[in-house]
Design a protein around this ligand. Structure first.
Ligand code: SAM
Length: 159
């Protein structure tokens, strides 16, 4: 369900969508069913969350366990997409343009979080540091930019 509009907030008419052909590569299981229960930003010592990867992409997890931290991108599927001016506290005092905020309400509601990798399971990761609702679609997983050094896997013997 879309977030309610607050006094003084401004909407725009959305143009026709162009299709970026995103694949939702998994689903994020978190303890939070309601927006008001979610952290505003995840914390590395926060609750365990489980990132379930859909079958065609299980093989893409190879090597992920080498990193202590990952960057997770997700689609904030219950956000409204037509807000250009927002009143984050809902108190009618301070207003910001959408691009001056990390609010979930934005034309392309992509959320990003740096997380701590707790464990790797077959087809799933357990992490800490997320702030999204249970069932949020997963867009991508990347090694944390501070830790990333590309390491090719060892060549199999005889090649
Ligand atoms: N860490 C991300 C970022 O900075 O890009 C997201 C930050 S956003 C402020 C996090 C908030 O979005 C949560 O506290 C919750 O209110 C809301 N939210 C979480 N999951 C959502 C979803 N699937 N759809 C819409 N809103 C969501």
């Amino acid at each position: 369900m879309e977030a309610r509009l607050r006094a003084g907030e401004r909407l725009t008419d959305l143009p026709d969508a162009s299709d970026a052909q995103l694949y939702f590569i998994g689903r994020i299981r978190t303890p939070w069913a309601r927006r008001e229960d979610c952290p505003r930003q995840g914390r590395l010592d926060g609750s365990d969350c489980r990132i379930e990867i859909f079958e065609p992409w299980h093989a893409a997890l190879e090597g992920v366990g080498a990193y202590a931290h990952l960057e997770i991108l997700y689609w904030l599927d219950r956000a409204r997409r037509d807000l250009v001016r927002q009143n984050p506290k809902g108190d009618g005092t301070r207003y910001f343009g959408t691009f001056a905020l990390r609010s979930p309400q934005r034309p392309n509601p992509i959320g990003t979080s740096q997380v701590r990798l707790v464990s790797v399971e077959p087809g799933a990761l357990v992490v800490r540091g997320l702030d999204c609702l249970d069932g949020t679609p997963l867009i991508d997983i990347k090694p944390d930019r501070c830790e990333f050094t590309p390491k090719a896997p060892a060549k199999p013997a005889g090649r």
